[in-house]
Design a protein around this ligand. Structure first.
Ligand code: AHR
Length: 656
């Protein structure tokens, strides 16, 4: 119930009427705690084609011919009425010991006018951009009689337009590596294209491995997609939690993220089945994850395999677990040790002599699923071994405080605990006002390592029904996210890190396993959901001091922080109602405010969203705040997330 009290308040423009409530009172007289400087980060794993067919820029699908042992999936024959060819997997002629098969292309009939060969459809199309250089790398060999050449091209699906082409020659009977550039001209961007490799005469050619990359972020070989990287860097992430999630665990011990198999030349990486129903190339290997962190100026939060896999298999603590412990110690050595160590030297050989920064290591993932109750002992064994060798590293337990007592870690004190929340917007709105209030401020620190609001409490993100809904969240979910982020900021003296999950989704038909996801894309373009823009507003406007906030007579949720050096105050507000709401803001403990401030507003109907075809339907809109006084009224638009920022003065001069 809103009180109908009216006050006369003196403002720069004279006396004006202000409703006494709803009110947000912000105590800027003193800091209520330090904002964690690493609060905003990212979490990823191979899900929804996040890497293969996503951030990892490789364009050839099934490049190592290992996706399906019975057929050359995603490869097809190129021929016309005057030419003929067939393709088959050849397990007798693999490129190397790591790969199981090559692709044998037999061209029975072909001429210059009527070539024949093989095509790859990529990950829902090969994206063609104008004036772009694509780097193709392949291993091939031939029978003695075939003299070549072989033509590789980017070809339009609809009309056979050749967007870029090059030839390779001097194939021999032994495997040889070939590299060519395919350069496009002034063409319209399209993903209705494929990669083709054709012969203009009969012959047999074996392909051992075929790769095609567009230009990548920072021009890294084996690198990342530029548009997605820009969107991630815009979020200013301070850390990256990888490689999972379920992906670190695997369905079985054999299909865990076996980091050693992800190092070295890409043609020697066999890949492995990922728990989300498709095969990972392992092109995103341990070093690629670390370089990705480096490119974002983010610190890795390294999750190590901890002896539990998703099908309920656990490794007994004690001697049985020792190989897992060693594997984790060696992995850490690869990340942070100098080149005098075995794994530091291997990192240098792989191209990165400098060690990476590392503070947090997560022991497993969601180990509350381990009903054998072995996590306490497994955690202790990892804890003792890692702390003995690397005492400064902070170790994260994956069993949250809300889990039953018997599943949690008791025998050691974790430095940090990872909590996961996949809940509806309504649940987030209910839990956020009091979230973490009762937590012991003495620690362990809290990491909200996976969370996301979804719209409908009845449909869980992992349900098949969720796949019938749009892949990325609506404005309604963004409101739930923002209310929770405000709670995280209010408690960021204890909540040191948080990251939304999943981060990425390929929105092409059949590509996803989970919704909602923060950023959607197809082969050609990417877009941010309303939740992405809410994250952007929050993470780009983070002070270093928490200011306490008292809300009265309002359903509006929010938080306030300040940057101590500049005196800039950031107020984040979330209107969960369908009506606009005038909100009185009282900034206490300041002698004045700069006369002007800035506003960012994200608003829309709850069901509104962004999509491939309407990528900027809901984006933050910037406006100004004028004639600011320590008590002022701001009218919150319906269903909105608002950031107010302005400088304050606590002495006699404003820090304008
Ligand atoms: O984010 C999707 C999945 O949700 C993660 O892999 C897992 O940790 C959680 O259950």
């Amino acid at each position: 119930m809103k009180k109908l009290v009216v006050l006369l308040v003196h403002s720069a423009t004279g006396f004006c009427l202000l409703a006494a409530s709803p009110t947000f009172t912000i105590d800027a007289g003193h800091s209520a705690g330090k904002v964690s400087p690493i609060l905003y980060g990212l979490m990823t794993e191979e899900i929804n084609h996040s890497y293969d067919g996503g951030l990892y820029a490789e364009l050839i699908r099934n490049r190592a011919f290992s996706d399906d042992p019975s057929t050359p999936a995603h490869w097809s024959v190129v021929k016309d009425n005057h030419s003929d060819a067939n393709v088959a997997l050849d397990s007798k002629n693999p490129l190397n010991a790591q790969l199981k098969a090559s692709l044998r292309l037999t061209v029975a009939r072909a001429t210059k006018e009527h070539p024949a060969g093989v095509a790859n459809s990529g990950y829902w199309g090969i994206p063609v951009h104008p004036d772009t250089r694509y780097h193709a790398m392949l291993f091939a060999k031939t029978e003695a009689e075939f003299a070549g050449p072989v033509t590789v091209s980017l070809v339009g699906e609809d009309d056979g337009t050749v967007y870029g082409t090059s030839q390779i020659s001097q194939l021999g009977t032994q495997w040889k590596r070939f590299e060519v550039t395919l350069k496009t001209g002034k063409v319209l961007p399209t993903a209705r294209a494929h990669f083709a490799l054709v012969l203009d005469r009969p012959g047999t050619v074996w392909l051992g491995f075929v790769s095609l990359f567009p230009p990548t972020w920072n021009d890294r070989p084996n690198g990342l997609r530029k548009d997605l990287m820009q969107m991630l860097i815009d979020l200013k992430p301070k850390f990256l939690r990888f490689p999972g999630g379920n992906y670190v665990e695997g369905d079985t011990i054999e299909s865990r993220f076996d980091w050693k198999k992800t190092l070295g030349p890409i043609e020697e990486r066999p890949g492995h089945p990922c728990p989300w129903g498709y095969r990972s190339t392992d092109g995103m290997g341990l070093l690629e994850f670390l370089c990705w962190c480096e490119d974002m100026k983010a610190e890795p939060v390294l999750a190590v395999y901890a002896g539990y896999s998703l099908k309920g298999i656990h490794v007994n603590p004690g001697a049985d677990l020792e190989p897992c412990i060693q594997e984790a110690l060696e992995e850490i050595e690869y990340v942070i040790s100098d080149t005098t160590t075995h794994w530091g030297a291997r990192r240098a050989k792989d191209g990165h002599p400098d060690p990476f920064k590392l503070t947090y290591v997560e022991i497993g993932n969601e180990d509350w699923f381990d009903k054998s109750l072995s996590y306490d002992d497994r955690f202790a064994q990892f804890y003792d071994a890692i702390k003995a060798r690397y005492p400064r590293l902070k170790l994260i337990s994956t069993v949250a405080n809300e889990q039953p007592e018997k599943l949690r870690v008791h025998s050691r004190k974790p430095d940090m605990i990872d909590e996961h929340y996949y809940r509806s917007t309504d649940e987030f709105l209910r839990m956020s006002p009091n979230y973490a209030r009762s937590y012991d401020r003495k620690g362990p620190e809290i990491f909200v390592g996976e969370w996301a609001a979804h719209e409908d409490a009845r449909i869980k993100p992992w349900d098949a029904a969720a796949r019938q809904q749009p892949p990325t969240p609506t404005m309604k979910a963004a409101i739930g996210d923002a209310a929770f982020m405000a709670a995280l900021e209010r408690n960021s003296d204890l909540i040191k890190m948080q990251c939304y999950a999943p981060l990425l989704v390929n929105v092409s038909p059949g590509a996803r396993q989970w919704r909602p996801d923060l950023i959607g894309y197809d082969a050609l373009s990417a877009y941010g959901s309303p939740s992405y823009y809410a994250q952007l507003m929050f993470s780009s406007n983070l002070g270093d001091e928490i200011l306490s906030v008292t809300a009265s007579d309002t359903s509006i949720q929010g938080c306030a922080t300040r940057e101590s050096k500049t005196g800039e105050i950031f107020i984040k507000l979330v209107n969960t109602e369908a009506n606009e709401e005038p909100l009185k803001l009282e900034i206490k403990g300041v002698t004045g405010l700069a006369s002007e401030g800035n506003v960012l507003t994200l608003a829309g109907s709850p069901e509104d969203t962004n999509s491939r075809s309407h990528p900027r339907n809901i984006v933050p809109v910037a406006t100004k705040l004028a004639r600011l006084q320590p008590v002022f009224t701001y009218t919150m638009p319906p269903d909105s997330i608002v950031l107010l920022k302005f400088k304050s003065r606590s002495g006699s001069t404003p820090r304008d």
